[in-house]
Write a protein that binds this ligand. Structure first.
Ligand code: ADP
Ligand code: ADP
Length: 237
C-alpha cells in the first residue's frame, strides 16, 4: 500500500510541487494521474521512488515512511518501485537484451553488476518479459533501431524483469501517436491485471485516462482536486 499523509514538496527555488497531498493507494490499483502541464503529476509519481523528495509529511510504502530513506534502503525501494519515462531511457547503442536484463541490476550483488554478470535465470526472465510485450523478435537489435512504441515496450519489459510490486509511468505515451499510445496503455493495463502490480500512470489526455483508469487522480497547482472512479469524472470536473 502507498499512503501520502499531508505530503508537500517545495523545490529549492521555492516552487511548490506538491501541497498537502493525502492519498491511499491499495495493492493492484490502476491509477491515472491527470492535470495540465505543471500541475504536479510528475512530482507526485516521482516521489514514490524518491526521484524527488517531499519536504513535508509522510509517504508510506508498505508501511514505511520512505522520505528519509538513503543508501541501501533507497536502492531497495527503487527495486520494488519500477519506473518508465516518456523518452524510454534506453541505452541507445545497446541491444534490447542488454537493456532489458539491466532491470536485474538491483537484484544482483554490486560486484556482479559491475561486470554485467547475469545468471541464466536473469536471461530467461528478460526473454519472458520481452514476450509479454510481443517484442521478443527484436532481442538482439540495437535499441535505437526501434520505433518509439517498440522502445517503450522494451522499457516495459525492462521494468518487468525488475519484478517490482509498483510501476510508475511518467507520461509514457506523450511521444507516441494515438494508436501506439493505446497499444502501450493496453500492455500496462494487462500487466497490472495479470501480476497485480500497483500502477500509476501520468497522462495528458482525459479521454485516454477515462478509458483505462480504475481510478483517476486530478491535480492542479500541486493539489489533488479530484480523486475517484473514471466513470464519475465528467460530473465533478
Ligand atoms: P507536471 O508533471 O504535472 O507537468 P511537475 O510535477 O513536473 O508537473 O511540476 C510541478 C511544478 O513544479 C511546476 O511548476 C514545475 O515547473 C515545478 N518543477 C518541477 N521540477 C522542478 C525542479 N526540479 N525545480 C523547480 N521546480 C520544478
Ligand atoms: P518532464 O516532462 O519529464 O517532467 P520537464 O520538461 O517538466 O520534464 O522537466 C525536465 C527537468 O527539469 C526535470 O528534471 C524537472 O524536474 C526539471 N524542471 C522542471 N521544471 C523546472 C523548473 N521550473 N525549474 C527547475 N527545474 C525544473
Amino acid at each position: 500500500m502507498i499512503q501520502f499523509q499531508d505530503v508537500s514538496l517545495v523545490y529549492p527555488n521555492g516552487t511548490q510541487g506538491l501541497k498537502n497531498v493525502n492519498l491511499k493507494i491499495e495493492e493492484g490499483e490502476f491509477i491515472v494521474v491527470v492535470g495540465l502541464s505543471g500541475a504536479g503529476k510528475s512530482t507526485l509519481i516521482r516521489s514514490i521512488n524518491r526521484l524527488v523528495t517531499p519536504t513535508d509529511g509522510q509517504l508510506l510504502v508498505d508501511g514505511e515512511n520512505i522520505i528519509p530513506f538513503k543508501g541501501k534502503q533507497l536502492r531497495q525501494l527503487r527495486t520494488k518501485v519500477g519506473i518508465i519515462f516518456q523518452n524510454y531511457n534506453l541505452v541507445k547503442r545497446s541491444t534490447v537484451m542488454k537493456n532489458v536484463i539491466s532491470g536485474r541490476l538491483g537484484h544482483t550483488g554490486t560486484l556482479r553488476s559491475v561486470f554485467h554478470l547475469y545468471s541464466k535465470e536473469d536471461v530467461t526472465l528478460a526473454y519472458e518479459s520481452l514476450k509479454r510485450v510481443n517484442i521478443e523478435e527484436k532481442v538482439y537489435q540495437r535499441a535505437d533501431q526501434l520505433s518509439g512504441g517498440q522502445q517503450q515496450r522494451v522499457s516495459i519489459a525492462r521494468v518487468l524483469t525488475q519484478q517490482p510490486s509498483i510501476i510508475l509511468a511518467d507520461e509514457p505515451v506523450a511521444s507516441l501517436d494515438p494508436p501506439t499510445s493505446h497499444q502501450v496503455m493496453s500492455y500496462l493495463k494487462k500487466i497490472n491485471r495479470e501480476d497485480k502490480i500497483t500502477t500509476l500512470v501520468n497522462l495528458h489526455y482525459i479521454d485516454m485516462a477515462m478509458e483505462y483508469a480504475d481510478r483517476i487522480i486530478g491535480m492542479r497547482a500541486g493539489e489533488v482536486v479530484y480523486d475517484g472512479p473514471a466513470s464519475q469524472v465528467t460530473e465533478k470536473t
